[in-house]
Ligand binder design. Structure first.
Ligand code: PLP
Length: 540
């Protein structure tokens, strides 16, 4: 097995394939093939099919995230659900190919350094192939992941340092013992295996749209070493050369604030990556402080093909984790949620246009994450959000006007159990649906909906609800006028009203509302916090 270039001695090897031949074969045979990543056999670097070590990795679902889409007002969001691999992360693709290559070359022992998921995945595939694995883990790998690695029978060495140092120790050990070292992103397996994510996305998106193969506009991933986006990029390049897709998606590289060497270096315009010596994020899976050659590679791609380097803080990621679980039913590990937090930020910053198709890599499941970390962080970040909310309220409101700004659930709690029936007056169907979902997450209310001010007033007259949720900006009769009508009515003036608005309120607006409404919800902002409160209520 060749490990370096005979001409320049570099170790970043690229494979050359017969793309013409592969195109013809795929046209004939792909539909009949197994639903694993090995369906793309022709473009994977293995000689003999009998070498394949497989557990059904790949061909993970591409899910349309409609609820997230309605929250973010973006209809073309898709999740590539990489949690659905044999060990619940997208490292299974890499492991399957890497261990197959070992089998083909009759190598029986291997050393790997990992922040957790690679070690788990390699352990499973090594066990299956009868290969002995030495797994070097950094000191932040949670106990649950260690346990998983040992269960498969691997030798575990915990290095009491960070991931970059752990990689060095593993390399020294391999050299000393003359063992095969997995070179991570420098190795062939990682990049070549990740191409299959691109192949699947194009094939699956094409099926959904009923039109051949289709590339999305964006591929978003939480990034540590960068093998995912590099592999995906290579995959789409090959598809384009084969004439199967017309374009290559823009890459969004998302990192955590506490360990964002690539993002920071890109924004500083650097050619070589500035190393983060001491990663400071509790999301340890993404703690590559020194990404080496991956950075200039990705930087060039983003420069030439468009894309973005984005960083998000841990709190935003944990929030996104809850949003994905509660809106889409996807329990993603915090590292995977980093990509979703990145998406939310990019949409808010208008980096992603409403017509663009976006695929987010849900790279791993919460199952093997330490329970302690998840719960502590939920509680801790909840307190932080409460503080944040207080600051926002104080900053946004003119001091003289007492108007309560809070979440819908908090408001409901204050109004207590007397509220049984609720009328929602809101012209946008998506917003009505979201309000309904939030209400239902608390209790079974009798919920009635009106799409405009006039029918809203008739509905209130007919039903005498216990609460009204009122949008301010509606065509014809707006929320202010509905409020005027209600307050002037002998029978209806006592019904509490919660106003929902996307409008930046002026001082006059505040004065028109103050004293007449229960509270004020800011549209676009309130949804995440609502979901947030509902989960911390459960934990109480
Ligand atoms: C490994 C990993 C990543 C980062 O992968 P890259 O090598 O940077 O592409 C992201 N999420 C999860 C869950 C991972 O295990």
């Amino acid at each position: 097995m060749r490990e370096s270039c005979p001409q320049c001695n570099g170790d970043w090897l690229d494979f050359v394939y017969d793309l013409k031949e592969a195109t013809l074969t795929w046209q004939r045979e792909l539909v009949k093939r197994d639903s694993t990543m090995w369906r793309y056999w022709e473009l994977l670097p293995l000689q003999d099919e009998r070498s394949v070590v497989s557990m059904g990795e790949g061909w993970t679902p591409l899910l349309h995230a409609e609820n997230l889409g309605s929250m973010l007002r973006h209809n073309h969001l898709f999740v590539k659900d990489e949690r659905q691999g044999p060990t619940a992360s997208f490292k299974d693709r890499q492991a399957s190919l890497a261990i197959s290559i070992l089998k083909e070359n009759d190598i029986k022992e291997i050393v790997v350094a990992s922040t957790g998921n690679v070690a788990i995945s390699y352990s499973a595939y090594c066990a299956r192939a009868g290969v002995k694995l030495w797994a070097f883990l950094d000191s932040d790998v949670p106990h649950e992941k260690m346990r998983e690695v040992t269960l498969y029978g691997s030798e575990v060495i915990k290095v009491s340092s960070n991931y970059d140092r752990t990689k060095q120790v593993a390399a020294q050990f391999a050299q000393h013992r003359n063992l095969f070292l997995d070179k991570g992103i420098r190795g062939v397996a990682a990049r070549e295996a990740m191409k299959t994510i691109a192949f699947e996305i194009a094939e699956q998106l094409g099926r959904k749209q009923g039109a051949g193969w289709v590339a999305p506009d964006w591929y978003i991933q939480a990034v540590s070493g960068g093998m995912g986006p590099i592999g995906v990029w290579r995959g789409f390049c090959q598809l384009q050369q084969m004439g199967l897709v017309e374009k290559i998606p823009k890459l969004a590289i998302v990192q955590t604030e506490g360990c964002a060497p690539m993002v920071n270096s890109f924004h500083k315009g650097l050619d070589v990556c500035e190393i983060v010596e001491n990663p400071a994020s509790i999301i340890n899976v993404l703690a590559t402080g020194n990404p080496g050659p991956a950075y200039p590679y990705l930087r060039n791609i983003v420069r030439s093909n468009g894309g973005a380097f984005v960083k998000v803080d841990d709190r935003a990621s944990f929030r996104a984790m809850r949003v994905m679980a509660q809106l889409e039913g996807l329990s993603m590990e915090p590292a995977a949620a980093v990509a979703c937090a990145g998406l939310i930020q990019m949409i808010q910053d208008h980096l992603i246009q409403p017509h663009e198709t976006v695929v987010i890599n849900a790279s791993g499941h919460t199952f093997p994450i330490e329970k302690q970390i998840l719960e502590n962080e939920i509680i801790r970040s909840h307190t932080r959000v409460q503080e944040l909310k207080k600051e926002v309220v104080e900053a946004a409101e003119p001091a003289t006007v007492p108007l309560r700004k809070e979440g819908l659930l908090t408001a409901l709690e204050r109004l207590d159990d007397r509220v049984q029936s609720v009328v929602i007056i809101e012209d946008e169907p998506d917003a009505r649906l979201l309000l309904r979902r939030i209400l239902q997450s608390r209790r079974q209310y009798n919920i009635l909906e009106a799409a405009d001010g006039v029918s809203g007033i008739s509905l209130i007259r007919a039903e005498k609800p216990d609460l009204v949720l009122l949008d301010l900006m509606m065509p014809q009769l707006d929320g202010f006028s509905v409020l005027d009508t209600l307050k002037a009515d002998q029978v209806l003036h006592d019904i509490p009203v919660i106003v929902i608005t996307a409008k930046d309120l002026t001082r006059e607006d505040y004065e028109r509302l103050s004293g007449r409404v229960e509270s004020l919800l800011q549209k676009g902002m309130f949804i995440e916090e609502e979901l947030f409160e509902s989960i911390s209520d459960v934990l109480k």
